[in-house]
Design a protein around this ligand. Structure first.
Ligand code: ZN
Length: 253
């Protein structure tokens, strides 16, 4: 309960940050978004497969071999990656989205900054995964993941295994920066699922830096060059820290 109260205290700067660093683009006529998230239907259960190396993780059957190869390649370099979330049903997404919220509808806009509403999550497709760094002090689904060895390794190598970062810093879709959330686009069926997102909201960041709630540009301590160009920034502002705490407190079911 105390954690949730803390989250509520932090939601005000979260709203300010959302306004400052990623103004949502106008919705296109062809795509109906909810709080900037695109609609995704639920994968057929027969199309899903448990990932042998990640107990409890289920993904689209054709994505599993590439994920296993990715985990093996990371381990060969001493990087131990785990997962916080893989396939999520629409029903489960509803529980995640409303977890801890007394009035889910009232805070929906703020929660949607870092978690998709039910029916609008890439996790429902079976192609998206939230990675975690095992053994570190960065908790799951926090932006500090970017600075962990696993986060840095994924930025360099995940595309070699068919994965792309769905929500980079400053993404044009207007969703919060999620360095842990990757979607697999290694086959035509997967690319079809994300065609709208790729066409309307390219995965490369729209802006190279983040801004504080007061509008000051933050000089990040680390910049990573993305494959194909563009930089990913790390926020050092206290509002950035507030976002980490708020997302952590509100995302965990
Ligand atoms: Zn995710």
């Amino acid at each position: 309960m105390r954690l949730f109260a803390l989250a509520l205290c932090l939601l005000a700067p979260l709203a300010a940050q959302a306004h400052e660093d990623a103004p949502p683009p106008p919705a296109t006529a062809s795509v109906t978004r909810q709080f900037n998230h695109l609609p995704y239907g639920e994968a057929d259960a027969a199309a899903l497969l448990p990932v042998p190396s990640l107990p409890g993780c289920t993904l689209a059957r054709e994505a599993v071999p590439d994920l296993e190869r990715l985990l093996l390649a990371a381990r060969a370099e001493g990087i131990e990656l785990g997962t916080a979330s893989c396939f999520r049903s629409v029903a489960y997404q509803r529980r995640v989205f409303c977890a801890g919220a007394g009035d889910c509808d009232r805070v929906a806009g703020l929660r949607a900054r870092f978690v998709a509403p039910p029916g609008y999550s890439e996790h429902a497709t079976g192609y998206a995964i939230d990675f975690v760094q095992r053994g570190g002090d960065c908790r799951a689904v926090e932006q500090c993941f970017f600075l962990t060895p696993g986060g840095q390794w994924l930025m360099r190598h995940a595309p070699e295994f068919g994965f792309e970062l769905s929500f980079p810093a400053g993404n044009k879709q207007g969703v919060g920066w999620e360095p842990w959330h990757w979607r697999w686009v290694g086959a035509p069926a997967a690319r079809t699922r994300f065609a709208s997102a790729q066409a309307s909201f390219p995965a490369l960041p729209a802006v190279p830096q983040m801004k504080t709630a007061a509008g000051h540009e933050v000089r990040p301590p680390s910049l990573e060059t993305a494959p194909g160009g563009g930089n990913y920034a790390v926020s050092t502002s206290r509002w950035g820290a507030a976002i980490l705490l708020a997302s952590s407190a509100t995302l965990r079911p």
